[in-house]
Design a protein around this ligand. Structure first.
Ligand SMILES: [Ca+2]
Length: 541
């Protein structure tokens, strides 16, 4: 299969930074890898019994793995804004998919760009409105995000395989089931998959970037997110029959069968097993691609000078408590994988790069202050709600907060031992409890609600008070001289029903009048077809 390589285009790849280059010239690079909807423990370094993730394992051995990391918002858009603002969702205001922040936010890529970084994204961002660059010099979208200056995966697919090829399936075992219809075998080779494409564009960037500046490369895979569409050899890689069901999954669960309206609920063991097998294969595919990416980083001579982050925006329940997907406060949804590796030559290498597992509770909003401290990019003291984890990793921060908050309608506080969930009204109207309290040391499966247990009254009251104080704390957007939030970053709220109906893989009209950017035609790019393809270090194919 021929591989396409973009020849550098000075006008796109060598965009002048808005800030001082001199200050950033000696800073290390940052490779931030995000996956979507990956449960915290579906990797062999977290002792998963089935899935093998040799590349993530190696990264964890070379860096630090945070074993109890929580997203502050277990749903795409809110979580991603929180990662890039270090602020909780009710503070930045993007509280659900389809809801933009209530005012423009200072975002990590814009801050790094101000400090001299060349910034690039390959993959998914999920900010609103979609057409802004959000501080990225180079924006490779698989669908319809960003300023549309570079070709997308969908366009590449159309050129190679014809219209609507991206989701064309040759096998679809459960076409009529609300969950199982997501499952199927794709008709094209893995080299053309969206995940491979995202890796390929990141590799392009590593090869073609401005070598005079440090880079911030955000590689953001949609996988292992649904739909569970797989290419060979991932299709059939795991035997569905052999997939274990979660201990909290009840086949004869009381209540109505899953419907389209409550699709996250599952009770068919055959479908849960088949979906689990596909999910594990997707994680394997992501790990293969991360291996290829890290191999390329090494081949580029930048492995030693790059800070690496691996994480997910949220998890997936994978059948726990008869649920699939995310959006809830339970562990499968709100707990995330998190691995960080310091640049080898930096002062942080001695503490970060020793294969340590940190068990204290950390939050997704802690990543940004940690990362900025490690590359000497100053952040304001007000408005940033996360905390740098460098002292925690070094063992010098005995007063670590060791707790996480999260929200998506319902809200939670999680400590090392307990989790208190305050359910939103629509949940309690369906007969659910106002509050759920779990002792995670005795009940890690979250089966025994202690909210009304007399013995837990003091614990309940203490956590409820912390939750209430947290909800009220709403600091203003931080100010950094010389960095302005993108002025158009607030859009009218999108009709959520309309948003949900729209297929995220079908690009919006290219003549979309809401775009303030003039789209550059694909013919404006020099695309060179290299045959045979270059051999990449770490490419297992
Ligand atoms: Ca997501």
């Amino acid at each position: 299969m021929a591989r396409q390589i973009l020849v550098p285009l000075a006008t796109l790849l060598l965009v002048s930074p808005t800030g001082a280059i001199t200050a950033g010239g000696t800073r290390p690079n940052i490779l931030f890898i995000m996956v979507d909807e990956m449960k915290w423990n579906v990797m062999s370094c977290a002792s998963h019994p089935i899935v093998k993730t040799p590349n993530l394992d190696r990264l964890a051995r070379q860096g630090t793995r945070f074993a109890t990391a929580c997203t502050v918002a277990p749903i795409c858009t809110p979580s991603r804004y929180s990662f890039f603002t270090s602020r909780y969702a009710h503070v930045h205001g993007a509280t659900d998919n389809g809801t933009p922040p209530r005012e423009p936010q200072l975002l990590l890529p814009a801050i790094l760009k101000h400090h001299g970084y060349q910034t690039a994204i390959s993959g998914k961002l999920h900010f609103l409105p979609k057409q802004l660059d959000y501080g990225f010099d180079c924006f490779w979208s698989f669908g319809d995000e960003g300023p549309h200056q570079l070709p997308t995966w969908l366009e590449d697919m159309e050129k190679r395989h014809g219209r609507n090829a991206a989701r064309r399936l040759e096998t679809r075992p459960f076409p009529d089931d609300p969950l199982g219809r997501d499952l199927g075998k794709l008709t094209y080779p893995k080299e053309d998959s969206q995940t491979s494409w995202i890796t390929d564009r990141a590799v392009d960037f590593l090869r073609l970037r401005d070598k005079g500046r440090p880079f911030f490369l955000f590689v953001s895979y949609l996988d292992p997110h649904s739909p569970s569409h797989l290419c060979e050899p991932y299709w059939g890689m795991f035997d569905a029959e052999k997939m274990p069901l979660p201990p909290t999954f009840k086949q004869n669960r009381d209540g109505p069968l899953p419907t389209r309206a409550n699709r996250p609920e599952v009770n068919d063991p055959a479908i849960v097993k088949a979906m689990t097998a596909a999910y594990y294969a997707k994680v394997t595919m992501v790990d293969d691609n991360i291996g290829r990416l890290l191999g390329e980083l090494e081949a580029a001579g930048q492995a030693e000078n790059t800070l690496i982050v691996f994480t997910a925006d949220h998890g997936n329940m994978l059948g726990d408590l008869n649920r699939w997907f995310k959006g809830v406060m339970y562990e499968g949804s709100s707990r995330i994988p998190l691995v960080m590796k310091a640049p080898q030559g930096s002062p942080y290498a001695a503490t970060f790069n020793r294969g340590q597992v940190v068990n204290q509770v950390v939050e997704s909003i802690d990543v940004m202050p940690t990362l900025c401290e490690m590359v000497s990019v100053p952040l304001p003291t007000s408005g940033i709600q996360g905390q740098s984890m460098t002292g925690l990793v070094a063992g010098t921060n005995s007063g670590w907060k060791n707790r996480a908050f999260a929200e998506r309608g319902s809200r939670m506080i999680r400590t090392a031992q307990y989790k208190l969930i305050h359910n939103e009204a629509k949940n309690t109207r369906r007969g659910g409890p106002d509050y759920e309290l779990y002792d995670l040391t005795r009940d890690p499966e979250e089966m025994n609600n202690l909210a009304k247990a007399p013995a837990c009254k003091a614990v309940f009251q203490g956590l409820a008070a912390q939750l209430e104080a947290w909800e009220k704390d709403c600091p203003p957007v931080p100010v950094i001289e010389g960095v302005a939030p993108q002025a158009d970053a607030v859009a009218p709220a999108i009709d959520e029903k309309k948003q949900k109906r729209r297929d995220p893989l079908v690009p919006a009209s290219k003549t979309d009048s809401s775009s303030r950017y003039q789209r550059v035609g694909i013919s404006d790019y020099q695309v060179v077809v290299v045959d045979p393809p270059p051999v990449l270090a770490g490419d297992g194919s």
